[in-house]
Ligand binder design. Structure first.
Ligand code: NAD
Ligand code: TYD
Length: 350
């Protein structure tokens, strides 16, 4: 397999590269990543140095650099993970999100269109379906009603990618996964933020009433699903990937407190997120029927493993929370956006 992975230094992309090389040690991989605040080569220390794994630091917003990487490597398969992936950041500063998630995806599609590829996997999210009233759940034909700049930018890229199949016969597959958790996740998303704060006895900020529902999927189950689609997915199709584990946020956070032995007095209700989606729900029946995939990691077991990882890697948390994050924001965000972002981060990390 000759595989171009974008965003391979991030949370899910790095788990995917580790999985592919464990399953197929001879796979040729090029990891294309800009190393934003969320990208970290430490996540790939276990595979660095192999002859069949290469890294290029480049930005999808740079069309020429994207073209050079694709032309130089000539991948058979592209798995496109790279994105600005955090909803709160997209609310405070939408521009970098639209630049990377829409324009960056466009540059990649153009480069791949010129050179040809056997599979292009557009890694997307269930958030494109927007908030869903109980008891409904989204299948792949559910209307797209994204609420945040993040989810709207992902929906835009999904549609653009699918248009390249209709128009140029590029073999595109779109995946839409639910909320991921697991080791190496940047401590801005709910689960790693709550674990990291609990371990430091810092307040755990609950947006609004904490009754918003998310479906939790272990990152390794997500990566196995993507790999099964690299092998068996049908071009032009969309596949949902869910964890079969819908829980209200407050319940998730209470389980983290119980597992870390910390008191509920650390819980702190804060102002709600703008346009906050109340409930995500999806079915992955299509993926299960076509590939035989099912999620294997039960939530409490996955959460315990994740907490153990964060307990053993407090220095990783310290490093990603400090240096890289600040440098990236100073370089890419306007002064006003940085101020807004600091306010938001002050809210989530008092
Ligand atoms: P992440 O924020 O941890 O990592 C994103 C990676 O992309 C980083 O390594 C970053 O350096 C890189 N990147 C960002 N902008 C770039 C650019 N312009 N050029 C090149 N590289 C760039 O994200 P993640 O949580 O690993 O998510 C990966 C993908 O999965 C995203 O497309 C996201 O929308 C999707 N997704 C995430 C979740 C989740 O719960 N995290 C759920 C469903 C889908
Ligand atoms: P998040 O991890 O940001 O993922 P997404 O917004 O993509 O679902 O948030 C998951 C849920 O947790 C969401 O309902 C917002 C909520 N949340 C909090 O209540 N407090 C927090 O500090 C964060 C980061 C999220």
């Amino acid at each position: 397999m000759r595989l171009l992975v974008t965003g391979g230094a991030g949370f899910i992309g790095s788990a995917f590269i580790r999985l592919v090389l464990a399953r197929d040690p001879s796979a040729e991989i090029l990891n294309f990543d800009a190393l934003t605040y969320a990208g970290n080569l430490e996540n790939l220390e276990s595979v660095a140095g192999r002859d069949n794994y290469r890294f290029v630091k480049a930005n999808l917003c740079d069309a020429e650099a994207t073209e050079r990487a694709v032309a130089g490597f000539l991948p058979e398969t592209v798995v496109h993970f790279a994105a600005e992936s955090h909803v709160d950041r997209s609310i405070f500063a939408p521009k970098p999100v639209v630049d990377t998630n829409v324009t960056g995806a466009f540059h990649l599609l153009e480069a791949v269109r010129r050179h040809g590829v056997e599979r292009f996997i557009q890694v997307s999210t269930d958030e494109v379906y927007g908030s869903i009233d109980s008891p409904d759940e989204a299948d792949e034909n559910f209307p797209l009603r994204p609420s945040s700049p993040y989810s709207a930018s992902k929906a835009g890229a999904d549609l653009l990618a699918l248009s390249y199949l209709t128009t140029y016969k590029l073999p595109v597959i779109v995946t839409r996964a639910s909320n991921n958790y697991g080791p190496y996740q940047f401590p801005e998303k709910l689960i790693p933020l709550m674990i990291a704060n609990a371990l430091e006895n810092m307040p755990l900020p609950i947006y609004g009433d904490g009754q918003q529902v998310r479906d939790w999927l272990h990152v390794d189950d997500h990566c196995r699903a993507i790999l099964s689609l690299v092998r068996k997915g049908r071009p032009g199709e969309v596949y949902n990937i869910g964890g079969n584990c819908a829980l209200p946020n407050l319940e998730v956070v209470r389980r983290i407190l119980a597992a870390t032995g910390k008191p509920e007095s650390l819980l702190q209700t804060v102002e709600d997120r703008l346009g906050h989606d109340r409930r995500y729900a999806l079915t992955s029946a299509k993926l299960e029927a076509e590939t035989g995939w099912t999620p294997e990691i039960e939530f409490d077991q996955g959460l315990e493993q994740t907490i153990d990882w964060y307990c053993a890697n407090t220095e990783w948390v310290e490093r990603v929370r400090s240096g890289a994050y600040r440098e990236y924001y100073e370089a890419n965000y306007s002064r006003r956006e940085q101020q807004l972002d600091r306010l938001s981060m002050a809210r989530v990390k008092p």
